[in-house]
Design a protein around this ligand. Structure first.
Ligand SMILES: O=C[C@H](O)[C@H](O)[C@H](O)COP(=O)(O)O
Length: 224
């Protein structure tokens, strides 16, 4: 199976997973990226079963609206039942690296609010140790050089993602050559650098379930 076919399979599996829990007023959190886009397209077929969505990026909000699916401001909802999103990497504890599409901060906010975070990914994303994928860090623009120097002190090799401005008006540093054996400690350490908005590690709030697309079918993984 191609990577796109695996992503389509997990998007459909996510819909099957949440469908029995949908009530007319259920609010869903929707992630960002190619896998989340496939989920949005699946959701369109059952949009009458949900109340509304909140989106982790302007791009996802636009795609949801194009299907006639209502998108609310997060401040206007009391509860988000499920957050469905992809990832750039996951380990077996379901700690993730996210932000390849620069949406990490809003993704982290919606994930923090959600009762259950369902991660959807193809099998290439499951790794023993996080960090082969460069870790995205969202940074206030004036702090870029300072944060880069601090990331070098932590042992990484930060690279400015040229030409990218986040939905929040900030910039991204991608940290290369930075294996992450202790995601919780690393997430906290990087977030403590002045000028960092947040980093793409989701360890303090990991996924609750990973639907992993493999050539043998979709596997349902829980944190180990
Ligand atoms: O900022 C982007 C997000 O964290 C995405 O969830 C992540 O990059 C995975 O994207 P894709 O589903 O396109 O591989």
């Amino acid at each position: 199976m191609t990577q796109d076919e695996l992503k389509q399979a997990v998007a459909e599996a996510a819909l099957d997973y949440i469908r029995p829990h949908l009530e007319g007023d259920t609010v869903l959190g929707i992630g960002t990226g190619s896998t989340a886009n496939m989920f949005i397209d699946c959701l369109a077929a059952v949009k009458g079963l949900i109340g509304a969505t909140v989106a982790s990026s302007e791009a996802s909000a636009e795609r949801l609206r194009s299907h006639g699916i209502p998108v609310y401001d997060l401040n206007a909802v009391d509860n988000v039942a499920f957050y469905i999103d992809g990832a750039d990497e996951s380990n077996r504890a379901l700690h993730l690296i996210k932000g390849g599409g620069a949406a990490l901060t809003r993704e982290k906010i919606v994930a923090a609010v959600a009762e259950k975070f369902i991660c959807i990914a193809d099998e290439s994303k499951l790794v023993p140790t996080l960090g082969a994928f460069p870790l995205p860090v969202e940074v206030i623009p004036m702090a870029r050089s300072h944060v880069a120097r601090e990331l070098v002190k932590l042992g990484g090799d930060p690279v400015y993602r040229e030409g990218v401005v986040t939905d929040n008006g900030n910039v991204i540093l991608d940290v290369f050559n930075f294996p992450i054996p202790q995601p919780l400690a690393t997430e906290e350490k990087i977030n403590n650098i002045t000028g960092v908005v947040t980093n793409g590690l989701f360890a303090l709030r990991p996924a609750d379930v990973l639907l992993l697309g493999t050539s043998g079918g979709v596997q349902t993984l829980y944190p180990e």
